[in-house]
Each structure stands twice: as structure tokens, then as C-alpha cells.
Design a protein around this ligand. Sequence first.
Ligand SMILES: NC(=O)c1ccc[n+]([C@@H]2O[C@H](COP(=O)([O-])OP(=O)(O)OC[C@H]3O[C@@H](n4cnc5c(N)ncnc54)[C@H](OP(=O)(O)O)[C@@H]3O)[C@@H](O)[C@H]2O)c1
Length: 298
Amino acid sequence: MKTAPGIWLVGAAGMLGRQLAGEFEKRELAYMASDREVDIRHSHELQDFASGRRIDWIVNCAAYTAVDRAEDEPELAKAINAGGVENLARLAAEREAKLIHFSTDYVFAGDREEPYREDDPPRPLSQYGWSKHQGELRLDACLKRYFLFRISWLYGVHGPNFVHTMLRVLREREQARVVNDQLGSPTYAAALAANIAGLIQSGSERCGIYHYCDGGVISWFDFAVAIQDLALKTGMIGKRIPIEAIPTAAYPTRAKRPLHAVLDCVKVKGELGFRVGGWRANLEDFFLEKARMEGCRP
Ligand SMILES: NC(=O)c1ccc[n+]([C@@H]2O[C@H](COP(=O)([O-])OP(=O)(O)OC[C@H]3O[C@@H](n4cnc5c(N)ncnc54)[C@H](OP(=O)(O)O)[C@@H]3O)[C@@H](O)[C@H]2O)c1
């Protein structure tokens, strides 16, 4: 009889972690979960947690994700995004487990028109991007059986993200300004989580680096306009406000972002059979899910 795989979800309280937890539960996939209380920077904490447990898959959603703050605390970003990943990779190697890990489009400079493929050379512009790339390198140095997914513009029903920020702005302000010269593709966490859970259930050994995001290329401004349209349509906001398209130069941030970091998803579709939905259809799904969740509130 086939036994259920031992899955350890690390960073289970974050945006993607919560989404994955929900997906595992939906599929009745048993899993173990940890977040801050098992600090990935300290290998002894990881060893203590893993001791005596069957572990076939480690899914790492734990990360330092404060992109701008990382400019002021690069050592902390590196300790979590590089050191923590190395600790997990070493433990996975010891236990002969596979590790699923997530990285970012911010490892690329975003200074070209064509989408980035998995073997294009990274050149991060920020401390966050650099720390994530260091994590990629350490993962590769310590472990063979890993799946590394670079994703971009992650959003979902859990946790802070651009869509939630826009909804707040649309509710509270009389106008909004959003940059229109940074291009990319959103990643809807629910769609990603469904693909990841399917990957685990398939028992795939097609390890390696993969790019994954929703289909289509847009600017943050395009995204904001679509969010307003759908929020109005679903009754999540009551009025339309003007949204002004501005250049990045008019909205300075502490960390430099890539202007055109589009990920090429050909490999993940072909090799892993991942389903990649269009960004607008996925955003519609987000609003349906959000409405369902808010409707259920007591
Ligand atoms: N968000 C995006 O737009 C985006 C884009 C591309 C790639 N990614 C990548 O996707 C993955 C998931 O991102 P996310 O947005 O879901 O992240 P998130 O919401 O920030 O969740 C990360 C979780 O990890 C926890 N954590 C932080 N440091 C830890 C440590 N030392 N030990 C154990 N747990 C720790 C955090 O706890 P605290 O909240 O207490 O810190 C949080 O619960 C990350 O690898 C991220 O780099 C994200």
C-alpha cells in the first residue's frame, strides 16, 4: 500500500504558507507545519523539529520578504534567505527528502525586453534580490533533489500584498497614483498552491529551477485598474476613484526594482505540467474567493 508522504511546511503562517496549508487540507494531504517558532537560521532548531518524524518533502515558504527594509538590514536578509535555506537544504540532504523552495524575479536586473528563462544569469539590483540569489546558490551547492520556483508579484487572500493595499487605497482615498513603467506578471497564490500540491502528489523527480507566474505581461498600473474594476463589480468598493499612471522616478523606493522582469514559464508547463492561468482570470478567482470569505464572516 502506498503510504502518505511526510510533508513539512516551513513558513506556514506567511501568505504562501497559509495558502499551501489550505490546499493540503482541501486535498486531505497530511502535513507538519512550522513558522517563526522553528527559526530556519538555527540548524539545531530544524533538527529538533525533524527528529523522529518522517520527512519526504520540505516546502519552504519562510523568508525575509521586506524588500525595502532589506536595504537597511542586509545581514538579517542574508541570514534568513541564504543561511536559512542552506540549513534546510543540508537537512533535506541528510534525510533524503526533496525540498521545494521559492525565489523571485528580483534576482534579475529587468533591463531587457525578452522574458527571463531559468538559465539566464541573475543580476539582482537590491539586497533582497541578492539575498534570495545567495539562497539559490547555497541550495544548489547542498542538495540535488530540489525544486526551485522563481515567482513574481505574489498575491493571495492571505497576508499583505499589492491587491490588498490597492483595496485599502480605493476605500480610503479620493485618488491613487500607480507606476506604469515596471512590467511583470502577477502570481496568484491559490493557483501556485494547487500546482505545488499536485507536484507533491505526483512524486515527481524532475528537480531543478523553474519559473512560474500567471500568463500575460502588465504594469502595476494595469493591475490597479483591473483591481478597481473587479472590486466595483463584486461590490467590494462602492465608488470609482481616478488612478493616475506615474513613472517609477515619481515614486522613489529604498530598494531598486527591476523594470521588466518577466518570467518565461515554458519549462514549468512542459516539464512539470503546471497549469498557468491568465492573470485576469486568476484575479477574478481571487475576488470570488475573497467575496466568499468575507460573506462567511460572522
Ligand atoms: N511576496 C511576493 O511578492 C513574492 C514575490 C516573489 C517571490 N516571493 C517568495 O515567495 C516566498 C513566500 O513569500 P510570502 O510573501 O508568502 O512571504 P511572507 O508572507 O513574508 O511569509 C514568510 C513567513 O516566514 C516567516 N519567517 C521569517 N523569518 C523566519 C525565520 N528565520 N524562521 C522561520 N520563519 C521565518 C515569516 O514570519 P514573520 O511574518 O514573523 O516574519 C512569515 O510567516 C518567499 O520565498 C518569497 O521570497 C514572494
